[in-house]
Design a protein around this ligand. Structure first.
Ligand SMILES: [Zn+2]
Length: 253
């Protein structure tokens, strides 16, 4: 279960992992806590929310994921008790073995609020008096945090690195579903380039991150010397223990 702030964060942070999970037959749910309705330079909030729902639906279909997008405004998410209890009920309803979310150090306030909501929900998942409309979980899911570059308050730990070279085309296809973001909004933020903003451009733009993660992993001597593209996850100690050996279908990194 990917619990992310915006309707493209799952694909940017864990598009490879979702692709491998889908191929291995694992059920996936993507829950976006905001509708993404601020991520554009021209569209109004309601038109953008509608387009982003359609884009996220296409991407979710490619990895066989169930999709849920909450109506909260993009850029205005706060970790309220009300949302926390809604989130606890949503997690219990899907009963994931693994939750993927942001770190609380991430650059976007909505990412940090999402991370805080997941962190604050973790212990309460097993407390029956909280959100009693769903029965409490009997086991604690592992919580994996997606990669970011922030050094404060602590740099990202590369606890689990997965080789995503074999699924780069599939990740690019997932990202390309989010046309309002990758072909419209992101290019509008980039000065000094005239485009064209096409799939080739998106590939170059996206691959800087998995290449940087692979380089960091190689520098730690924890990865194959020829690892080129990777996703990395930090294992949160707010979740249950994480067992990487339950993913034997992944290429060795
Ligand atoms: Zn985001």
């Amino acid at each position: 279960m990917l619990i992310m702030a915006h309707p493209d964060d799952a694909e940017f942070g864990a598009g490879g992992l979702m692709t491998y999970w889908h191929r291995a037959g694992h059920p996936i749910k993507i829950l976006c806590l905001t509708n993404g309705n601020a991520g554009h330079h021209q569209l109004n909030r309601s038109d953008l929310a509608a387009r982003r729902f359609s884009e996220a639906s296409q991407a979710a279909a490619q990895v066989g994921a169930e999709l849920e997008i909450w109506p909260q405004d993009d850029g205005r998410l706060s970790p309220s008790v009300e949302l926390r209890e809604q989130l606890i009920a949503a997690i219990r309803a899907f009963a994931p073995t693994i939750i993927v979310t942001h770190r609380t150090a991430d650059y976007h306030p909505d990412h940090r609020a999402t991370a805080q909501l997941v962190k604050d929900s973790a212990y309460l998942l097993q407390v029956p008096a909280i959100a009693p409309q769903q029965p409490p979980l009997t086991g604690m899911p592992s919580i994996l945090l997606t990669y970011d570059r922030f050094e404060e308050p602590r740099p990202f730990r590369l606890d689990w690195v997965i080789d995503t070279e074999a699924v780069q085309p599939q990740i690019i296809d997932l990202l390309a579903c989010h046309a309002t973001q990758v072909f419209e909004w992101l290019p509008s933020l980039i000065s000094g380039q005239d485009g064209p903003y096409d799939t080739a451009w998106l590939t170059g733009f996206y691959q800087r991150k998995p290449a940087a993660i692979a380089k960091k992993a190689r520098a730690l001597n924890t990865a194959r010397v020829d690892l080129r593209f990777a996703e990395a996850f930090e294992v949160s100690d707010y979740g249950g223990p994480f067992d990487a050996s339950r993913h034997p279908f992944l290429p060795s990194s």
